[in-house]
Design a protein around this ligand. Sequence first.
Ligand SMILES: CC(C)(COP(=O)(O)OP(=O)(O)OC[C@H]1O[C@@H](n2cnc3c(N)ncnc32)[C@H](O)[C@@H]1OP(=O)(O)O)[C@@H](O)C(=O)NCCC(=O)NCCS
Length: 512
Amino acid sequence: MPSSGKVESQGWPKDVGIIALEVYFPSQYVDQTELEQFDGVSSGKYTVGLGQSKMGFCSDREDINSLCLTVVQRLVEKYNISYSDIGRLEVGTETIIDKSKSVKTVLMQLFEDSGNTNIEGIDTTNACYGGTAALFNALNWVESSSWDGRYAMVVAGDIAVYATGNARCTGGAGAVAMLVGPGAPLVLDRGVRGTHMQHVYDFYKPEMASEYPTVDGKLSIQCYLHALDKCYEVYSNRAQAEGIKAGHSLLDSADAFVFHSPYCRLVQKSLARLLLNDFLRDPSPDFEGKYAGLEGFKEVKLENTYFDRSVETSFLKASKEIYESKTKPGLLISNQVGNMYTPSVYGGLASFLSSRTLSDVAGKRVVLFSYGSGLAASMFSLSVSEDQSPGSPLEKLMSNMSKIPERLESRQKREPSVFADMMKLREDTHHLAPYSSVGSVEDLFPGTWFLTEVDNMHRRKYERKPLMSATDVNMADISQIKKTTVQQSQPVSVENSKNLIQATIRTQHRKL
Ligand SMILES: CC(C)(COP(=O)(O)OP(=O)(O)OC[C@H]1O[C@@H](n2cnc3c(N)ncnc32)[C@H](O)[C@@H]1OP(=O)(O)O)[C@@H](O)C(=O)NCCC(=O)NCCS
């Protein structure tokens, strides 16, 4: 319980931020090289042009409720948190399966045994930004007169799926859960957030009966880059005022830059764009040093450069070293899972942490950029605690993060045709009631919640695939023993599942 950190009417509690972080991604993926061949696009378009290697996807066993149930329970179990110690629960998602009932209320099932129903917060939606809005709500609560001394928990989850066509390869799925309170190992910097919000139709979901968005891909890239410029300007000015930024370049002052990642190549371009911003604002750029060869760009206007190949190539080259050390490590999950929407930027944070040792990361500053189409965007930063002592919150957090690469490796690859069948099944059965899910339970990671049925009143029922060991909630470790342990939930083999899926698609076609 964090109540000891509460300072009644003497100021804010100390070191408010992220105490614990858990990431969940699906147990199956499609390989992007194989998807290029399957889709008949030129070799390298998805892997080099967009920078993606693998894309995680969910069967009809998982929906937004199950993703969030899974990640919350995993966080609680791993950190041995009492459900009674949570006073606020916020969910950020754009995967809407009910226009009234929030995901938060579904999560309340996990709290039933504790008897704790005194929990504020509901769902927040605006494309990929909902998780950040939820995090800000949680931080604001802890720093407000409403705070009752308990933890806040923030959940961000989404299933990112697109209709067949050029955007489908930029899908993904996943969820993160974050425990928020004082005494955190990741302390959110105060007074520096920079936000940009604007009305635009770049990506939106007007079709209530479909999971798929309506996308103006090129406009969405332009909006993302414009929002980045605007947020960076506010953040930089505030960071300078707070003493976070030294000199004219924030790129030199912070240790990592983590971005919302629709696809990795856009993030590399975004980091290059921060250098362009620094360069244009620098009254006396060093043309002998870091800006060598960029003299010709001194008069360009930011708003004319979104798709300027010459500016882009030059600044990508000039920022390559910074990208490799400060941004690329944060792209692991994005590269391997794809766009998770609301959790994307926090998956980036987890990826960055997973790439560092405890001593590497202690005392460092991470700048984050969150973007949600429509649009809402913010840049903010956090400072990593200096306390590396055994058993410290930072050590525990880093120990959990260090398992991420192994967990990614433990997933199973599926043929693009299996992925396409699954998208078709989801498409045909989305919002169908009554409906019984047919996807494989055997394939899910132990500890995963899954949908069993939707009854004729659209009420969804879930079960949890048992953990293999009561004490071990680490998926990578669990996956080692999975093959030798008897399944406790109805097992459905991959082959049977494939047959069932195809039969269900045929049946649904007859029904619809
Ligand atoms: C991102 C998106 C617009 C790309 O679709 P597209 O127009 O078919 O893709 P492009 O033809 O522009 O190709 C993508 C990139 O791969 C490059 N490319 C294409 N074929 C290639 C190949 N064989 N080898 C290497 N690179 C290749 C292109 O040159 C392009 O690079 P650029 O972005 O530097 O210009 C589309 O996937 C989409 O709409 N995604 C969803 C929305 C989204 O993610 N928006 C981002 C901001 S939120």
